[in-house]
Design a protein around this ligand. Structure first.
Ligand SMILES: NC(=O)c1ccc[n+]([C@@H]2O[C@H](COP(=O)([O-])OP(=O)(O)OC[C@H]3O[C@@H](n4cnc5c(N)ncnc54)[C@H](O)[C@@H]3O)[C@@H](O)[C@H]2O)c1
Length: 247
């Protein structure tokens, strides 16, 4: 891959859930800007690694499992200390509150929220030594929308914003930032079951009248993980074509 903008040269980035969708687009974009990327998913994300080429490394990482984070940090250390963690892996079944069971609630919390805490626990020490680090959590603009059947998901996505705000305070003296990115409806396998009419109902509410693509999310992540964003922390950046407008 070639790019004239090498804003991430020399950086090592770990992205979760990047076998497909938004995570894959983020991994590709970081690599294009010069980062070595540790590409992780439930199964080895070999396709993503193949597309990026020699600068990518695949790891199996179930973000709900603490010992897998511990082992990922150890293996990542052999590749190069991680500068950037993008927590993207997500779980989002639609369940009305009457159908929602504790197992689904807990799996949503573990996938969408525990992961952020565990990544900080295992990747902060190396960032602190370098006095440089970036955490980006992929939240959702759904935190501000009236979508039924998603109370568990919205709780976690709001939780990501809260965690980033809190984490930002604890790591600021070491050159580390923590921010959330809130995509709107994005064209991925996760949203593929929606009908064209359902998708249109969403994107017609946006200022920019088209469905978002995974590549639309990458700009905010690239900026927040660059040197240019050194004074931006604890923020929630909405990337939804102008649908949700109250921060
Ligand atoms: N697609 C959208 O419209 C949209 C909108 C707002 C926010 N988001 C958020 O963006 C993120 C990515 O969404 P997407 O649409 O690309 O989803 P996707 O389902 O296409 O991809 C998610 C990836 O995460 C992986 N994953 C799931 N559970 C995991 C676990 N426990 N450990 C490791 N990997 C795991 C999956 O294997 C998959 O590769 C999610 O956090 C989602 O909540 C998506």
């Amino acid at each position: 891959m070639t790019s004239s903008i090498r804003s991430h040269d020399g950086r090592v980035a770990l992205v979760t859930g990047d076998a497909q969708g938004i995570g894959r687009a983020i991994a590709l974009a970081l690599a294009e800007r010069g980062a070595r990327v540790i590409v992780t998913d439930l199964q080895l994300p070999l396709e993503t690694v193949k597309t990026i080429g020699a600068t990518a490394h695949a790891l199996a990482l179930d973000v709900t499992e603490e010992e897998q984070w511990q082992s990922a940090a150890r293996k990542a250390g052999e590749i190069g200390e991680v500068d950037i963690v993008v927590n993207n892996a997500g779980y989002f079944p639609n369940r009305s509150i009457d159908e929602l069971d504790l197992a689904t609630w807990r799996k949503t919390m573990a996938t969408n929220l525990d992961s952020h805490f565990l990544s900080a626990k295992y990747f902060l020490p190396a960032m602190r030594k370098k006095k440089w680090g970036r955490f980006v959590g992929i939240s959702s603009n759904m935190v501000g929308l009236a979508i039924p059947g998603m109370s568990h998901y919205i709780a976690t996505k709001m939780g990501i914003i809260g965690f980033m705000r809190g984490l930002a305070n604890d790591v600021a003296n070491d050159g580390i930032t923590a921010n959330a990115v809130l995509p709107g409806l994005i064209n991925t396998q996760a949203t593929a079951p929606q009908t064209e009419e359902q998708k249109r109902d969403t994107w017609t509410q946006q200022a920019i009248k088209r469905l978002g693509e995974p590549e639309d999310v990458t700009g905010a992540v690239l900026f927040l993980t660059s040197d240019d964003a050194a004074f931006i922390t604890g923020q929630a950046v909405v990337v939804d074509g102008g649908q949700y407008r109250i921060g």
